[in-house]
Design a protein around this ligand. Sequence first.
Ligand code: ZN
Length: 483
Amino acid sequence: MKKMRRTLALFNTLTRRVDPVVPILDGQISLYTCGPTVYNYAHIGNLRTFLFQDLLKRTFRAGGYEVSHCMNITDVEDKIIRDSQGALPADASNAERHGAMTALTDRFTAIFLEDLDTLRIQRADFLPKATAYVPQMIRLIRALEAKGLAYVREGSVYYRIAGLPQYGCLAHLNREGMQAGASVDADEYERDSVTDFVLWKATKPGEPWWDSPWGPGRPGWHIECSAMGMELLGERVDIHSGGVDLIFPHHENEIAQSEGCLGHQWVNHWVHGEFLMVEGQKMAKSLGNFFTLRDLIEKGVDPIALRYAIQSNHYRKVLNFSFEGLRAAENALKRIRAFRTRMEGEGQPGGGPWKEAMDPLARLEQAREAFWAAMADDLNTPEALAAIFTLVSDLNAQDDHVALTREERDAVLAFLDETDAIFSAWPQATDSLNAEVEALIEARRAAKAAKNWAEADQVRDQLKALGIVLEDRKDGTTGWRRA
Ligand SMILES: [Zn+2]
C-alpha cells in the first residue's frame, strides 16, 4: 500500500512563521540536529530537546517521508578539554592528551546513546564525531579565508562577520550593535557581545592539538557542525534543529560559515525547542532540582512516562517538569494501553442499543484527521493527543453497549499503531513480561496464604531474576517495578 504523504508545517525561526516544509528532494527530508557535548551526563533539559527532535523525525516518517538524519557528537570543545586534561603532567605528549580526551568522550558517548535507547529515541542515520572531521573543518576555514571572510591572528582564525550581509538573520540581530573588529575566543558568548568569532584556536599549553595551515591548534565549536552537516547532508538542507539556547551564537555562526562558503542559503527551516523548568524553577545543581535520566530512574520513574510527559507538551512552550506531571502521564498511558488491550480482545455482548450509537469507523476516521491536522500544524501534540482521548472515551462508551466488531477493533488497533509510530509509548513491549510477572505475584500470594514460605521466597527469587522488585503494600496488595 502506498503511504499517503501529509503536508507538515513547522515554525521557522528564520521567518518567524509556521511554514509548510517543502522538501528539496520530493518526499525526502534532510535533518541536522546538534548533538551532545560528551563530557557529562545529559540532563532532562538536554533530553527534552532530543525527545522533541525524535518526535519531529518520527512525524515526518509517519507522514510518508524518508528522513535522513545527522546528529553530531561534539568530542572536542572547551569544557571537554577542561575536564579531561587535569590529571596529566604538564609535559604530557600530544598523543597522551588526545588519549585522555577520547577516554572521556568515549565514555560519555556510550552513556548518551544508552539514554537515547532507554527513551526510545531513534538513532540518527549519521552520528559523526567532530574529531573525525578535522580535515573537512580545515578545508572549510580555508575556503572562508579565500573569500575574505576569515583572518588569522596569532595562530587563531576568526570569522569576519562584517563581511556577510545576512549575519544576524536567524537571531534577528541589529547590525548597528555589532562590534567591528572585536573578536572572541570562547565557544559560547552572550548576545550583547556580537563579535567576530573563532573558527580555529591556536593551541595553548595543556591542550591536545592538530596540525593545520595556521600551526598547531583545534577547531572552534561552531565550525564542527557546519563541516559535518555539509559533508554528510550536502549543500542544501531541509531542517536544522536545536534548543533555543543554540539560536545565538551557535546557529547564527553556522549560517555564517556555511553560507559564507556556499554563497547560497544552506538550511530552509530552522526549528528550535524551548527550555525545561523543574517545579517552576530553572534547573540548577545548587537548587537540588537538577536531574539526569539516571537520577529519575533511581527514583522509580518510568522512562516512557517521562517520554510521554515531555512529548505531550508543545515543543515551543517552556515545559514545567514536575512529579505530578509524571503521574498524570502515567495515568494517560494506562488509559490508552487499557483501551488497546480492550480492542485486542473480543467484544462482550453489551447492554443493548446505545442511545448515541455511532459508526465506529466514521468516528475513527474523524479522530485520525483531527490527529494529523494537529501534528501537521507545528507538531501540536496536546491537540493530537486530545483527539486520541476523545476517541477512547467515545468507543469505550459504545463498546459498553454495542460491542465493536472484529473489523472495527482491528481498524482502531491500526490507528493506535500509526500514532504510536510517533509517540512510541502505547503498545507495551513488556506486555508478555507483565502477564508473567502478574502470574508469579499471584503464585506468591497463594503460597503465602498457604503459609508455604519456602515457595513464596522461591517465587520472589524467580521475579528477582527477571529484574523485578516487589513492593508489599500496607493494604496487602503487591506492586512491582523493574530493578
Ligand atoms: Zn551545532
